[in-house]
Design a protein. Structure first.
Length: 292
């Protein structure tokens, strides 16, 4: 086992280990239990260069692999495990963990708890997952036989007219379905099954399968709605809702399921600059502001 350099001192004890480079191997709990490190403070582990094997502790740790092909174990606790560069293997294990693969091709292995996985760049492999959800599936390849709706941000209606906060807007099914995913059917075989959860107005599905949105002129937030999609065989994608038995942290009866929905945001002119451009992060900022 190589030597490590403690780089930060708090009340007479160190809380961070940095590997000097090369193929290093260390276990956080082992170091903490020697008495040289305060067991409640040693929570940060940096692998540096080389192919490292790193183990956290029973606390809420942060592990950074650095460069090289690393293997990182979170152990118990709510850990944040980052692969950074190289083909890494990240194991969250117990607790509610965040696994960040970084660049290159990583294997992200969850354990017990409600984990969050961020693959980053590269071809990543996810294992031991009880639930799977994506903020945006536009760059995700899944070999399942049901369609996946993808969120949309629209500035115009089907006629090309700008979205405003007055009047009614007809939104064609092609505007919404063009970026949706279906492994075993053509996009042209998809249809909008239902619309719901309108924000800032009312929404309905027309007889031809298009969407009619009528704004509420008094509403000043980001208008929008959600829709469900089905393929030619009437397949829809179901997702888990709630925390029933079989879902990490849940108790009681089996988890309920509901059809997967995609959000549609309507970018009216007041959300754009003089050149009809909109900050791509505006929607996320407004959503965050409502939740925080």
């Amino acid at each position: 086992m190589r030597n490590f350099t403690p780089v930060f001192r708090v009340t007479g004890s160190f809380n961070c280990l940095i590997a000097p480079g090369g193929a290093d191997s260390f276990d956080g709990s082992t170091y903490a239990n020697t008495g040289f490190f305060n067991n409640s403070l040693l929570v940060n582990f940096l692998g540096g260069g080389g192919n490292d094997e790193m183990g956290g502790s029973t606390r809420n740790d942060k592990l950074w692999g650095g460069t090289g092909n690393d293997t990182e174990y979170g152990y118990a606790g709510d850990d944040k495990v980052y692969g950074e560069e190289g083909d890494d293997v990240l194991l969250g294990q117990d607790g509610n963990d965040l696994l960040g693969g970084g660049v290159d091709n990583d294997a992200l292995v969850e354990g017990n708890g409600a984990d969050v996985v961020w693959g980053g760049d590269g071809a990543d492999t996810l294992t031991d997952k009880e639930k799977l959800s994506f903020k945006d599936v536009s760059n995700v390849d899944l070999t399942i036989g049901s369609p996946l709706p993808v969120k949309d941000t629209l500035t115009t209606s089907s006629s090309g007219a700008a979205i405003t906060r007055t009047g009614s807007h007809l939104i064609s099914k092609l505007q919404l379905l063009a970026n949706d995913k279906d492994w075993d059917s053509a996009v042209t075989d998809l249809r909008i099954l239902a619309v719901s959860q309108a924000k800032g107005g009312t929404v309905s599905l027309t007889a031809s399968g298009d969407v009619l949105f009528t704004p509420d002129a008094s509403y000043t937030g980001v208008m929008g709605f959600k829709y469900q999609v089905a393929d030619a065989q009437n397949n829809i994608t179901q997702v888990n809702v709630g925390t029933g038995k079989g879902v990490a942290g849940g108790t009681g009866a089996a988890a309920q399921t509901a059809p997967m929905k995609a959000a549609v945001f309507l970018a009216s002119a007041d959300l754009q600059d003089s050149q009809a451009r909109m900050d791509p992060l505006l929607i996320q900022q407004r959503v965050c502001a409502r939740r925080c």
